[in-house]
Ligand binder design. Sequence first.
Ligand code: NAD
Length: 364
Amino acid sequence: MAIVGLSFGAEFIPIYQEYPFTRLAAICQRTREKLDAVGDTWGVAARYTDYAECLDDPTVEIVHINTPPPLHADMCVAGLEAGKHVASTIPMALTVKDCKRIVDAQKKSGRQYMMMETTVYSREFLFVRKMYRDGELGRLQFFRSSHQQEMAGWPEYWEGFPPMWNATHAIAPTLALGGNQAASVSCFGSGTIDRRMHGRYGSPFAIETVHIRFKNSDLAAEVTRSLFDTARQYRESFDVYGSKKSFEWTAIEGEDPILHTGEIPARVKVPDFAHLLPQPIQKFTRAGVYDSRDKKHLSFTQGGGHGGSHPHLVHEFVSALREKREPYPNARQAANITCSGILAHESALKGGAPLRLPAWTFVD
Ligand SMILES: NC(=O)c1ccc[n+]([C@@H]2O[C@H](COP(=O)([O-])OP(=O)(O)OC[C@H]3O[C@@H](n4cnc5c(N)ncnc54)[C@H](O)[C@@H]3O)[C@@H](O)[C@H]2O)c1
């Protein structure tokens, strides 16, 4: 397999190298200098600065794409059309049309696509999912989630990004827990970011907050997203309200989540779910894993920071290929999640008008 995009993407290198069922055959990224630095550190021989050449490599059967969001659609489609299985970081794409192109290309190719959504493989999500499956939460009643961050100083393509175009971390868990799909969205934009950032994507909003109606369900979710000019510590939060117990994840980073049983709140320690993984990659659920080849301590703070999700993502994707089943989220599910955000932004521009998800995003 090959990893394409080596900033965030580099965190997956040792996982694929140590996973028992993959061989990291190649890496690909734009600049030769960084490509060689990463290749030398991790001992990867085949190196490409050109994605097309990477796709021509017959030893590459799978590509894992971690490039900037505007490139995801073309790269995923090209990968599928070249006969590769494709894993892609979030968001799936930036337009409904591009999500459909990936869904169509996946179907036509007979290859697999998975969106590598970290929140639905985080230890907090796996914890609340276990509680739900064990019946501890009772009947699901409502979800509230948020993803708040300050992206000033990040690569320039983020400047002025509409908040809901990059809301999969907050939307996905609301749908994933009960196996639901979004049917319609209604979103408000609120506040204003620095005027200099309005031009690129035509979005003025500091915060967008969407209500999602679920398909064939009495449930709804509320999701909030901010990217610029809002004073709030980073958080990915996910609250689940059940008839017996409710779970509230993250008020302040590093604090334990809260479990409510009626009037009684209690902090809970979320266990590590590494035992669900093959032994060689269990260590990657922890922050700061040190690899002896990397003298500069190229640590995995993000890996731990994304709730230990990275090895679970690899395991889900490769297991799906080995078991000849669809991964979660597959192309349609990824489109349902991503298009909820894209349409939410469109709804906000229309003053909150309800918009329906296209039928091709539904899994029957
Ligand atoms: N929790 C998460 O799921 C999570 C966390 C961080 C980043 N991401 C996603 O990862 C993606 C990349 O983020 P980042 O912070 O690493 O971005 P970045 O801009 O720092 O790095 C982008 C990488 O892609 C490579 N690249 C760009 N254009 C290319 C091309 N045409 N061909 C080959 N390689 C190319 C660059 O060389 C670089 O290695 C984004 O889509 C972001 O949303 C997801």
